[in-house]
Design a protein. Structure first.
Length: 270
């Protein structure tokens, strides 16, 4: 392992840190996060895989091949553990964790939530003056808010010095609208310092339209900003950073940066 440390690039270390925090990414997500080119991404990821720094899996699909899902390999996991002073994991334990993740019923949900933040990161890589200043996974969110609510993620989007903190709920259409909307009671119970806008990131425009209509009819907790957007519609409008968000109870769509009025966006717990 010591020899591998001298061969890792800063980008390699970034990939390891991201996998340590967020478990898995597809090849295409890694392109947006760190490479910008599918060819460069494949070449480097394959090299790291042959050295057991990364591991990967994918499920059979027809037609075509599913994109690889990348995880920490035994050497990569050992490097992360050594960096933090933790006990080095057994290679078999790392392989077992990858196998469990590959068969997890929540894998698609995890990739969807990660994909939301990947899209913001990719946008920031190609646009001046914007950045994703914070990205928390589900576990880190639980540390911050306890059992009151269970966000899929939390981030802070900065544009020209303005900061927009937010919670994310990734929706795959598997729950009833009433159950989805019911999550807002927990967000409404958060202390004012954590009362960030709640973003529902949905798979399709039809699902987004139905949820937005439901929230408009049912209402949302006082003082809470709730917005909806659909991944399929957002693809042509700059992704989640673009003018894709509809605030419950209002008309029209706004950019992510405009969900908090100018002058209020810097109020977030750093």
């Amino acid at each position: 392992m010591a020899g591998e440390l001298t061969r890792l690039t800063p980008r390699d270390r970034l990939l390891l840190d991201l996998l340590d925090q967020h478990k898995t990414f597809t090849t295409e997500q890694f392109v947006d996060l760190a490479f910008g080119s599918i060819g460069r991404a494949r070449n480097r990821l394959n090299t790291l895989h042959t050295r057991d720094i990364l591991d990967r899996f994918r499920h059979y699909q027809r037609p075509g091949s599913q994109s690889w899902r990348w995880t920490l390999g035994p050497v990569g996991a050992a490097i992360i553990a050594a960096t933090s002073g933790a006990t080095l994991p057994r290679p078999s334990a790392v392989r077992d964790a990858t196998a469990r993740l590959a068969m997890s019923p929540t894998l698609a949900h995890l990739l969807t939530a990660n994909g939301f933040f990947v899209a913001l990161t990719g946008h920031a890589r190609t646009h001046y003056g914007v950045r994703l200043a914070r990205w928390w996974n589900e576990a880190r969110c639980r540390e911050a808010v306890g059992a009151v609510v269970r966000p899929d993620g939390h981030g802070v989007w900065q544009v020209a010095g303005r900061a927009v903190p937010f919670w994310v709920e990734a929706d795959l259409g598997t729950e009833t609208l009433s159950r989805v909307a019911g999550k807002l009671d927990g967000y409404g119970a958060l202390p004012p310092a954590r009362a960030y806008p709640v973003l529902f990131w949905l798979a399709t425009g039809a699902r987004e339209l139905n949820l937005h209509a439901y929230l408009t009819r049912a209402g949302v907790p006082d003082g809470l900003t709730v917005a909806t957007a659909a991944a399929d519609d957002a693809a042509e409008l700059g992704g989640p950073a673009g003018p894709v968000w509809r605030v419950a109870g209002r008309g029209g769509r706004v950019n992510l940066a405009d969900l908090i009025p100018s002058g209020d966006g810097a109020r977030w717990d750093a």
